[in-house]
Ligand binder design. Structure first.
Ligand SMILES: *Cc1c(COP(=O)(O)O)cnc(C)c1O
Length: 393
């Protein structure tokens, strides 16, 4: 067996494979000199909407803008509160703040690491009600809650049937953060399999290079079945105009670049194969790790088909494990070491340690193992051997 390092993520291999097509896409873009908007952006929007199974897709500058615009176009703004999770990348919550709204956290499910519908229900049940509208008032902020923002973390769809049912009972809209879940599937009680990005009023995707579908720079998109939401996002991304120089609202410079759209069209064709490669690698990890004591592997509810943006295990002594693996040239990640409610930047929100017990227990015991579509069985065996040696040491 070789002792080449096992990278956490290999971005070189997929780009080498597509190099000719990407360079050709770039050449076409330079020749047409269409850099903002135009046929490539519209083409990608059509193809990505079709991939997800949504009616509309609007390309935007990045995933953070996608979450912000999805919230704003769904009617969330200053004076509103949004319920989300603290076990996510900070952009989820930055986008809520940037939309002018306030964040209320609920705990996650111990097995899927996504929003717990039970915790959401219990949280909303305990909220005071706005006497005028009957809407629940955020327990931290006292602001009327408008929306629920579940995150399909690590490529695993949140339990959308249950979340939608709870939200519906309280008259709340649902916006999905699907930034880590391009192609993740979930089977509803009606027996239909659907992809992440088709459950809420709108859903946000990121095309940051390390995501399952990444641009060669920055990019994002919102999917929705609501034509008005799609129209509003098109205005928000373009200075609030539907017609040039007529600004119906104050917007942003938040467009998807045409060159990135052209790159994304090339890469979208490979996404099913890449997701299948990740899935196969996850299966192999599951088998290889089955005999290793003290390691909790990802849980896959039978009505979901995750796309394994990350392969996250739980163990004791995860910091020492990370160091040990690094010494064996196996590189890992931590997603995420400090939950958002305990971050310095949100200290003013007043969440104490212990306020989200499942989130905190998970955040202190997770490690992300190497995961990418071309990860080989040999690289995985070296990873798992090192984990097993650490556990047995
Ligand atoms: C990556 C990510 C974002 C933000 O995407 P950017 O393109 O980096 O702005 C938002 N939410 C989650 C969960 C993410 O992983």
């Amino acid at each position: 067996m070789s002792d080449n390092p096992v990278p956490f993520l290999d971005l070189v291999a997929p780009h080498r494979e597509l190099e000719n097509d990407l360079v050709e896409a770039f050449r076409q873009a330079v020749r047409s000199a269409a850099f903002v908007g135009g046929a490539e952006v519209e083409g990608f929007e059509r193809e990505f909407a079709e991939f997800c199974g949504s009616k509309f897709c609007v390309g935007v500058a990045n995933g953070t803008d996608a979450v912000r615009f999805a919230l704003m176009a769904s009617g969330v703004g200053p004076g509103d509160a949004v319920v989300t999770v603290a076990h996510t990348f900070i952009a989820t919550v930055e986008a809520i703040s940037q939309a002018g709204a306030e964040t209320e956290f609920v705990d996650i499910d111990e097995r899927t690491y996504c929003m717990s519908p039970a915790a959401l229900d219990e949280y909303l049940e305990g909220c005071a009600k706005d006497p005028g509208t009957g809407r629940p008032l955020g327990r931290r902020t006292g602001k009327p809650i408008k929306a629920v923002l579940p995150v399909h973390l690590y490529g695993q769809a949140a339990d959308m049937d249950a979340i939608l049912a709870v939200a519906d009972r309280y008259g709340l809209i649902v916006v999905e953060d699907a930034c880590q879940a391009h192609g993740a599937e979930y089977k509803s009680a009606d027996g239909k399999w659907r992809r992440a990005g088709t459950f809420g009023k709108a859903a946000a995707f990121s095309f940051y290079p390390g995501k399952n579908l990444g641009s060669c720079g920055e990019g994002g998109a919102v999917t929705t079945d609501d034509e008005q939401v799609a129209k509003t996002i098109k205005m928000l991304r373009e200075h609030g105009q539907a017609q040039k120089y007529y600004h119906d609202l104050e917007g942003y410079n938040g467009r998807l670049h045409a060159i990135q759209a052209a790159f994304l069209r090339v890469k979208l064709r490979k996404l099913p194969e890449w997701n299948a490669g990740r899935y196969a690698a996850a299966r192999r990890y599951g088998e290889m790790l089955a005999g290793v004591p003290g390691v909790i592997v990802p849980h896959e509810p039978e009505n979901t088909r995750p796309v394994y943006h990350l392969y996250v295990i739980r163990t004791k002594d995860r910091d020492a494990l990370g160091e040990y693996l690094k010494a064996r040239k196996v590189f890992t990640g931590l997603h995420y070491p400090v939950p958002l409610h305990l971050q310095k930047c949100y200290a003013g929100w007043g969440y104490a340690k212990g306020s989200l017990p499942v989130t905190e227990a998970v955040a202190s015991s997770i490690v992300s193992l190497p995961m990418f579509p071309t990860l080989t069985a040999e690289q995985q065996q070296r990873t798992v051997d090192a984990v097993a040696d650490f556990v047995a040491r």
